[in-house]
Structure formats: C-alpha cells, structure tokens
Design a protein around this ligand. Structure first.
Ligand code: DGL
Length: 272
C-alpha cells in the first residue's frame, strides 16, 4: 500500500509536537521534518520579508521532498503565509493557527489566555479568529519573546530557568470581575514542549489547549483525499530532518531531533 509522504515545516523544533501527533494518527506515514533554522525565530520577523522567506524555503523543500501533503507546523508562518503558499504551490497545505475556537467553547469563566509569538499576536488573522469565535470572551493575548527558544533549549537537554519562564507566561493569567483565566491556548507549536513546566509556574490550574491532535486528524483526512505520488527513491528517507543552516549540526540538536523520531538530517540549498 502506498504511504502518504508528509512534509512538516517549522522555523525550528516546535513542529515536532505536531509530527508526534501525526505519527500517532497515521502510523505508516512517511514523515519528513523541516526547520528553517537559519531563519529562526520567525516570531521577530516583519511580515513582508517573512512571507517571501517562507515561500522561498517551502519552494526548496517541496522540490526536495516531493510531498503529498505539507503541514505548516508553525502558527507564526501559517497566520501570515498560508494563503500565499496555497496560491504558489499545487501540493495541499494544512496550517496551524491559534486554537481560539475550542478555547471559547471550553472556557467557563469567559477568560481565555493566548500564548503565542510576538508575530502571531500582531496578525490580522489572529484578531479575526478572536472577533469571530471569542467575541463573547475576554481574551488576553500575549506575545512571549523567549518561549520558543526556551523550549528548544529544553529539547537540547538544558535545564529550564523557571523564573524566566514564569515571567514569559504571567501576562495570560488574569483576574477580572471575580473570575480568572481558565483556558490557555498554546498558540505556538514549540509551547507544548513546555506544558509541564508552564503548569508548575502557573499561579492556578488551567486547561492548556495543544491543537496538535486536531491538526493530525486534519492531515489524515487530507492525505486520504489526495492522490498519492507513490515511492520515490530520491526523496529523503522517513525520519529525515531538512535544515537550512549547518549551524544546527551540533550533536545536542541532532540528538533532540533523533529523540523525536528524526535521526537523519540533510542541509538543503536555498535558491538565491
Ligand atoms: N513554532 C512557531 C509557531 O508555531 C514559532 C517559533 C518562532 O520561530 O518564533 O509559531
């Protein structure tokens, strides 16, 4: 039986949380992971150069991997570039956007926190999700400058500085009119790597929403609806990471990818 060849794309290691869910949902999928580690972190980029960068990187990745489906496992990229990618390439794309709709359905206090990158919190797309699905809630949206980097360091085996972490997440824990935040959206794919630590520094218990299982179900549906290309001897093997910069060849970074199911790696050339 032909296996779907699925390319997951992020600026760094965050999309591994989505890859983990996809591997669980579609155990026989041929998974190729990619990180624009030369461009990391995307959270700090201006919109126009970022859209151009993503188009250029994804073009090179699609060329190399010949995927059946591409998962943009990055909120910062999806909220700004998913329409551009769909218009530029024929392959189907599944994006990742902050899970504001499920948060609005789950909150009892009506107070929701959204943790995301500084880029994602500024996006028109994010504000329109709030206006459409959470217009009846109070939403505290916070662009955390260092959280994605802290998650990467943890995956590389470094201890998490809990005081710094507490400062990064504090703005979404709020009280208002006798109620307080009861649902926090993890609006960056890096953050589920830190759920345990964030729970420890949280001032009270909340429900965290990690959208990766829902994304994985969507990927399975799209793969089923797609005519698969079939095996390609030149495509990267299952469990390969495609990187844009050689700097990530440090042994702890490669060990981090291996621990999440991607033991092989390759550096890709970007067109000038
Ligand atoms: N993992 C990415 C996201 O979901 C962003 C991390 C970054 O590059 O700033 O938004």
């Amino acid at each position: 039986m032909t296996k779907p060849r699925i390319l997951l794309f992020d600026s760094g290691m965050g999309g591994l949380t989505v890859a983990r869910a996809v591997a669980k949902q579609i155990p026989d999928a041929h998974l190729i992971y990619s990180a624009d580690n030369a461009g990391f972190p995307y959270g700090a980029w201006k919109e126009k150069p970022l859209v151009e960068r993503i188009r250029r990187v994804v073009g090179a990745l699609v060329n190399r991997a010949k995927p059946d489906v591409v998962v943009v496992a990055c909120n910062t990229a999806s909220t700004i570039a998913i329409a551009d990618l769909r218009a530029s390439f024929e392959v189907p794309f599944v994006g990742t956007v902050p899970a504001i709709k499920p948060a609005a359905a789950q909150t009892k206090s009506g107070i929701i926190g959204v943790l995301a990158t500084p880029g994602t919190v500024n996006r028109e797309y994010t504000h329109s999700l709030i206006h459409t699905y959470a217009y009846h809630c109070k939403v505290f949206l916070h662009g955390a400058p260092r959280l994605a980097e802290i998650a990467e360091q943890k995956l590389r085996g470094h201890p998490v500085n809990m005081a710094e972490l507490a400062d990064e997440v504090a703005p979404v824990f709020r009280k208002r009119d006798g109620g307080r935040t009861d649902v926090v959206v993890l609006g960056c794919t890096h953050y589920p790597l830190l759920t345990e630590e964030i729970s420890k520094v949280a001032p009270w218990d909340v429900t965290f929403i990690d959208p990766s299982p829902a994304i994985a179900r969507r990927v399975a549906d799209v793969a089923e609806e797609t005519v698969l290309k079939g095996p390609d001897a030149n495509a990267p093997a299952h469990g390969t990471v495609l990187l844009t910069a050689a700097r990530s060849e440090s042994s702890e970074t490669l060990a981090a990818y291996a621990s999440m199911g991607f033991p092989k790696h390759e550096i890709i050339d970007l067109p000038v």
